[in-house]
Design a protein around this ligand. Sequence first.
Ligand SMILES: [Zn+2]
Length: 238
Amino acid sequence: MQRIVLHHTAGGLKPTAFDKQHYHRLVDGDGEVQAGLHPISANAPGRQLTAGRYAAHTRGLNTGSIGVSMACMANAQWHDPRACKAFPTPVQVEAMIAEVARLCRAYSIPVDRRTVLSHAEVQTTLGIAQAGKWDFDYDPFGILDSRDPVRIGDMLRDRISAALGDVEPQAPRGPMPVIRRGSKGEAVAMAQRALGLAADGIFGPATETAVVAFQRKHELLPDGIVGRATWAALNLEN
Ligand SMILES: [Zn+2]
């Protein structure tokens, strides 16, 4: 197999029988990964694609492509994806990242823009028209404000690469901000990941407790505020 294309089903947080016809892997809202109806080999290069006998997930790009989808985004509105009742859960996105990393290893697929990409990147990056598919021109973690699918894809690829153990997650450009209780956003999520917490991007009491414990362990001032010294100790300085 040559690549993996990432999708959302535009359904609820549990996959349906219909979804299983169209994707090789489905990740539900609880982070469970289910196999689709068709084996990955049904989309292998050199195989004849007969309707109903392979996973048809990406127009003009099914041969050689593994389709992985999160069951989510039922009735989502493009202009406000986070308002969707079936917005992907953090555990679901993490499970997708882990499953894609596993598939990359199993099929020796490199993690780059042309080989691990979201459906929304296919038209931009590979030039194959996809009729306005927007999975994912939004950050499925609900943190990044960007609607640029390649930027979102780069973030997911960093996470997939990290899951493979090849590289560490990339720090954002520019100095890391000072974050403390009440802070929100990607820097908070990065600190949470480094601390082994669920990365919801919201610096609440549990994050503060974990920061203080980390600071004590590393003989830093245990003030619960992540500044330059604490970022450095988390190996996220730049
Ligand atoms: Zn799709």
